[in-house]
Design a protein around this ligand. Structure first.
Ligand code: KG4
Ligand code: ZN
Length: 339
């Protein structure tokens, strides 16, 4: 089974070919970040227009690199949601057209399913079932993954996503959008404990998160200060430690509650080195194992969509030619049909 995957839910155009026997055959990513940076965030209309320009050349390039053509492709997977509706429609329309022209099924994939299956692209993939921490720019969720399509949300953020908190605090620190990775870099030079931010929701039972207060705490810490490099680094460090500690404690609780032996970190914030180190300690103490994709497959990419689409197609868990795009779509509802 060989599947072409298309990701266009936000500001990256990702295309890949995944094969059940050969694994990931080729993948390409075009990031629009430079275009959106001037506006301090993603401009949806510009994102859609750019996906239109990038998709066809990227698909041609990836098919050539994967030594594949319309005959050897068994299905076309695309991100059906959640995301920016215009951007999603570009990918969905493109995939539906290819599916019609090639006479192959189109497979709508939930973006977060793509993220949480991304560690399956690596050499030592986790077996089902597992616990997944999904930490991206739009979502922060703890998910009980029983199998393909069988996802139960154990906890989620009540306000900002972890990545959103990173991006907003990075902006306060004068870093360009999206500032998560730049903030993490700045924090490396910061002192531990010079600024101690609140650990939201740790005083309460349960597995939900809240990050909007951290941005306010950073704003207060920075107010009326002459910001030299070392203060900025100390604030970045304090902020990052608070986010990491909160995520780690909730993962510890979730492992204890579910009894899972495997923890998967997925989504853009999963690229954060401190988070990975801290979660490695958590799983060690719990006698469990930690899995995460390489950094480039933590953030949005076409490989995870090709993989998820391939697994769904192989399992008959898809609807075929139906074109689908949903701005809002709960992971718990993507079920065993995908659309
Ligand atoms: O999964 P993703 O590429 O897009 C969404 O689906 O949202 O995640 C992007 C998010 C952004 O908020 C970005 O700042 C954050 O992931 N991010 C990081 C790091 N690398 C990316 N946050 C913290 N540390 C990093 N190293
Ligand atoms: Zn994402």
């Amino acid at each position: 089974m060989r599947v072409l995957g298309i990701e266009s839910s936000c500001d990256e155009t990702g295309v890949a070919v995944y094969d059940t026997a050969g694994g990931l055959l080729a993948h390409r990513l075009y990031s629009q970040i430079a275009m959106h940076q001037a506006y301090g965030g993603v401009v949806p209309e510009l994102a859609s227009r750019d996906h239109v320009l990038r998709l066809l050349p990227l698909v041609r390039e990836v098919l050539a690199a994967a030594d594949s053509d319309r005959e050897s492709i068994d299905g076309v997977a695309y991100t059906a949601g959640p995301g920016l509706i215009g951007a999603l429609l570009v990918g969905a329309g493109f995939a539906a057209s290819l599916s019609f022209a090639w006479g192959k099924p189109a497979v709508g994939v939930h973006h977060l399913e793509g993220h949480l299956l991304a560690p399956l692209l690596e050499a030592n993939p986790p077996a089902f079932p597992f616990l997944a921490l999904l930490v991206s720019g739009g979502h922060t969720q703890l998910v009980d993954v029983a199998g393909l399509g069988a996802y139960r949300i154990l906890g989620e953020t009540l306000d900002d996503a972890a990545g959103e908190a990173f991006d907003k605090t990075a902006k306060l620190l004068g870093l360009p959008y999206p500032g998560g990775a730049a903030l993490a870099k700045l924090a490396e030079g910061g002192h531990i404990g010079r600024y101690v931010f609140p650990r939201p929701m740790l005083d309460r039972p349960g597995l939900d998160f809240s990050f909007s207060g951290l941005k306010t705490a950073a704003l207060v810490a920075l107010r009326d200060r002459i910001l030299d490099e070392s203060i900025r680094a100390d604030v970045a460090r304090g902020f990052q430690d608070a986010v990491v500690e909160t995520l780690a404690e909730k993962c510890r609780r979730a492992l204890a509650v579910t009894g899972h032996q495997r923890l998967v970190i997925a989504g853009g914030v999963g690229a954060n080195r401190r988070l990975r180190e801290r979660l490695a300690e958590v799983v060690r103490n719990a006698g469990a194992e930690l899995y995460f994709p390489r950094a480039e497959f933590c953030t949005d990419n076409g490989a995870m969509i090709a993989l998820a689409g391939c697994l769904r197609l192989a399992a008959g868990m898809h609807h075929g030619g139906v074109m689908n795009a949903r701005a809002n779509w709960d992971l718990g509802d993507c079920g065993t049909t995908g659309e």
